[in-house]
Ligand binder design. Structure first.
Ligand code: G3P
Ligand code: CA
Length: 270
């Protein structure tokens, strides 16, 4: 992959391992990230952020612990030490017996710091600020972790090693205010495109380099409009081959997928 952020221009389809290669291993564990990054060679590791009671950023999709760990309740009511005791792997074995692996039992919830320590400066991270209204200070905490790892150096940002995405335009605007060099991607919920005006899309382009719609929102026509405005387009979450082919034909720049091996194959078909 060759990326020229801050405009995110790249030369091939961008393959984002959604929550890691989460079709094959428990999402947001090192097992899913290892599979996406080392085994499949996806371009980006996607990391959803939540923040613990004691202010640590962790990789977890939900505000609650219940679905993907053996804990219960809100992340914000638990310390990192408490969350580190939890098993984030067994649920996957129960839900997806065809991909179950004994090794997943007892998998820990990683912190963002641990993720970047493991995969290093040269991996690419596509980081989502989740529920920023629930976690005041999340953007500052994210920048602090990136800074500790040397990822905020201008050259590195320009190489596109870190992209920050959010459904919250407030969170993206805050990131933009704190560090205008970080490439930003505006996520939008399913149905957004049916009511979005060109003026709205152009307003988003004032701070966001990329646009991440629900893949079901995209048509050939609105993809062309988004391209003409200058967005890089990364729809989520594209898991079926026929959808991958169709979206690539529309001209998207990459996708979030739970099956990055499949997208790799589809993107190399022509
Ligand atoms: O970040 C793109 C996609 O992951 C958005 O949906 O709910 O899987 O975070 P979600
Ligand atoms: Ca996400």
């Amino acid at each position: 992959l060759s990326v020229n952020a801050k405009t995110l221009k790249h030369e091939e389809f961008m393959n984002v391992a959604h929550r890691g290669a989460s079709g094959y291993a428990p999402e947001h564990t090192f097992f899913a990230y290892d599979k996406g990054h080392y085994e499949i060679g996806a371009d980006y590791i996607e990391v959803d952020l939540q923040m613990t009671k004691d202010g640590h950023l962790i990789a977890l999709h939900d505000e609650k612990l219940d679905r993907t760990t053996n804990g219960t309740g809100l992340v914000k009511d638990h310390t990192l030490a408490e969350i580190k005791q939890l098993d984030a792997g067994s649920w996957f074995n129960e839900k997806y017996p065809e991909y179950a692996n004994e090794a997943y039992v007892g998998a820990q919830v990683p912190t963002l710091d641990e993720v970047i320590s493991r995969y290093g400066k040269n991996a690419n991270y596509y980081i989502e600020t989740k529920s920023p209204d629930v976690y005041p200070g999340m953007e500052e905490a994210l920048l602090a972790v990136l800074d500790q790892h040397g990822l905020l150096k201008e050259g590195r940002l320009k190489q596109g090693h870190v992209l920050v995405q959010s459904f919250s335009n407030e969170s993206l605007l805050k990131m933009h205010q704190l560090n205008s060099d970080v490439p930003l991607v505006q996520l939008t919920s399913k149905g957004f495109m049916s009511s979005a005006t060109e003026a709205t899309l152009r307003q988003i382009k004032t701070y966001a380099d990329g646009f991440g719609p629900s893949f079901q929102d995209l048509t050939k026509e609105n993809t062309a409009l988004l391209k003409s405005i200058g967005f890089e387009i990364h729809p989520y979450t594209v898991n079926k081959e026929e959808d991958m082919r169709r979206l690539n034909d529309y001209g998207v720049d990459g996708v979030f997928t739970n099956y990055p091996d499949v997208y790799e194959r589809i993107s190399n078909e022509k």
